[in-house]
Ligand binder design. Sequence first.
Ligand code: PGA
Length: 252
Amino acid sequence: MRRKIIAGNWKMNKLRSEAVELVKGLIPLVADVRDVDIVVCPVYVSLSTVYDLIKDTNIALGAQDCFWEEKGAYTGEVSAPMLKDVGASYVVIGHSERRQYFGETDEWVNKKTRAALKAGLTPIVCVGERLEEREVGRTIDVISRQLEGGFAGFDKGQIGGCVIAYEPVWAIGTGKTATPEQAQEVHSFIRGWLKDNYGEEVADKVRIQYGGSVKPANARSLLTQPDIDGALVGGASLKAEDFAEIVKAAIV
Ligand code: PGA
């Protein structure tokens, strides 16, 4: 039985004071949840502040990206060991917004994921097709290309240390959620891909989150699908009550 994981991707939202307010609101709402991994991913500049508030709670800290080098002349970048140093235990990698607006490629995803694992972080590696790709029936092609590239050269131990997030781009921030069946179909493909490439044990272990307009109202129907092991939540993670409800929908 895979433990469910609900992560809030705050994206580029919340000033530090607002981040404090959000997390202070969330802590008591989920304090009695034991069987679900809960993660919040604030912007870089709020990581330390949020960590101070959650370090003795059941909420873990995640970042939204990292660079693959450990240090050096890479103006503006933040490395995986630096994230670990401020208390992060997760990092989102290859989010579709990074692919779309910042030119992130599968090769970059591969390097960043390796760097995250090396630093002792759990990468949440995002894959997902765009609307025009789904419409022409290319969903599975796109997902397999992203998996092949993102995890090229990974051994069982490395892939076993990752979480995968399936986020159809057309469902992100649009209010259009994939139906539980549409999501399950892709999750099941990803599980099969893991099995073909890394064997049954790894396939059984790796958690696959769904992301894209997850809300309290649809969380349960998604999270009860056999291959959906959690959610990566954007918009609804910005409200403590909504995020807490999604966390509770993951309790089996
Ligand atoms: P959304 O974003 O929940 O606002 O659709 C999900 C994500 O991009 O991780």
